[in-house]
Design a protein around this ligand. Structure first.
Ligand code: SF4
Length: 338
């Protein structure tokens, strides 16, 4: 079976005139309008990326308008951006156009426009499917809003993505698990899991400093995200990202106050996932084992900083890893020898 490779051409949209007050958001940063890309700049970004992406069978290239509430910007601006993107799609130079937005910025009018310009995927920043968590986070909508938006998006035939944010105020592991199940029920094809971080100059920072909010630890965030990953894997929902990767200036300028940030967060989750699989093997210190996995799993099976291999070496005489394309992702085969 041929392997499909996805390439996104990211065009970062700043949030503009956002009417909400999500408690984890630094409005002064996100409402800055100084860096709105104009449509010419979008073309420059796309051209630059296309030069680096091999256009061959088995590659899917998408232009992705990320980081903003796309359907919240003026219709004229949406059209200007989409004119550029749709030209590349019509000329078969890209396969799809993705946008991200808030669930309460979805209606038939906005979807008609996106459909007209050939948008293929819509990602909703859902964050939680618990009304109390949404309320305490200042998101400004309820779960019924999300369900309605998801249903409408799917009725138009768009691919639906839904992002979630474990660790919001009032959230718990059970509530995050329930959110993942709700995302599956809504018919999402993709998801992104961003455990909540405390950013400077936000209401959440004040809550944190007053002891009114306690962020997840890294190990709690890894454990919860692993449970969510398993739910999504079983349901066939593609997990596109785990863990937020703040822009370098966020870290350099010390905007990150607290929370489960790790530059290799996804690796930690996948290492833990594989550790659970290997924990089911019966220890046999006199034997050596050879583990075979899909090539895309090899690093995670061995583990972050070889954690899983080191653990297995405590239980077996010798441990080796090899790859086989024929093995399904997240599966392994083990051979024992003396
Ligand atoms: S996170 Fe919330 S407050 Fe911040 S820009 Fe997005 S919707 Fe607006």
């Amino acid at each position: 079976m041929e392997k499909i490779r996805h390439f996104n051409i990211p065009v970062f949209m700043p949030e503009m005139a956002c009417p909400q007050s999500c408690i984890y958001c630094n409005q002064s940063v996100v409402t800055s309008v100084s860096s709105i890309p104009d449509s010419n700049h979008v073309q420059t970004i796309v051209e630059a990326h296309l030069k680096t992406i091999p256009r061959k069978t088995g590659t899917i290239i998408e232009i992705a308008f990320f980081g903003g509430n796309f359907t919240g910007i003026s219709e004229d601006m949406q059209k200007a951006y989409l004119e550029v993107a749709s030209r590349y799609k019509k000329n078969n130079m890209v396969d799809g156009i993705r946008i991200s937005t808030r669930p309460d910025f979805i209606d038939a009018g906005s979807l008609d426009l996106l459909l007209k310009y050939g948008v293929t995927s819509i990602e909703l920043g859902v964050q939680s499917m618990d009304d109390e968590v949404l309320k305490r986070s200042g998101r400004g909508y309820v779960t019924a809003t999300v369900e309605k938006a998801a249903q409408l998006i799917r009725s138009y035939g768009f691919e639906l993505g839904m992002q979630m944010m474990p660790g919001l105020p009032g959230d718990s592991e059970d509530a995050s698990v329930a959110t993942a199940h709700a995302i599956v029920r809504c018919g999402a094809s993709t998801t992104r899991i961003y455990p909540l971080l405390v950013i400077k100059d936000t209401p959440l920072e004040n809550m944190y400093k007053k002891g009114l909010y306690k962020p997840l630890t890294i190990s709690q965030a890894v454990e919860t995200t692993k449970k969510l990953l398993i739910i999504f894997l079983k349901a066939g929902v593609r997990v596109l990202k785990m863990g937020l990767h703040p822009a370098p200036d966020l870290i350099n300028q010390k905007r990150l106050v607290a929370g489960p940030f790790h530059p290799c967060f996804a690796e930690l989750v996948l290492t833990s996932y594989w550790a659970d699989l290997f924990s089911k093997l019966t220890s046999e210190p006199n034997k050596q084992i050879s583990m075979t996995v899909n090539p895309s799993d090899i690093n995670h099976a061995i583990g972050y900083k070889a954690a899983n291999k080191k653990e297995l070496l405590k239980r077996f005489k010798k441990v080796t890893f090899k790859t086989d394309d024929a093995l399904k992702k997240y599966h392994y085969h083990v051979d024992y020898s003396f």
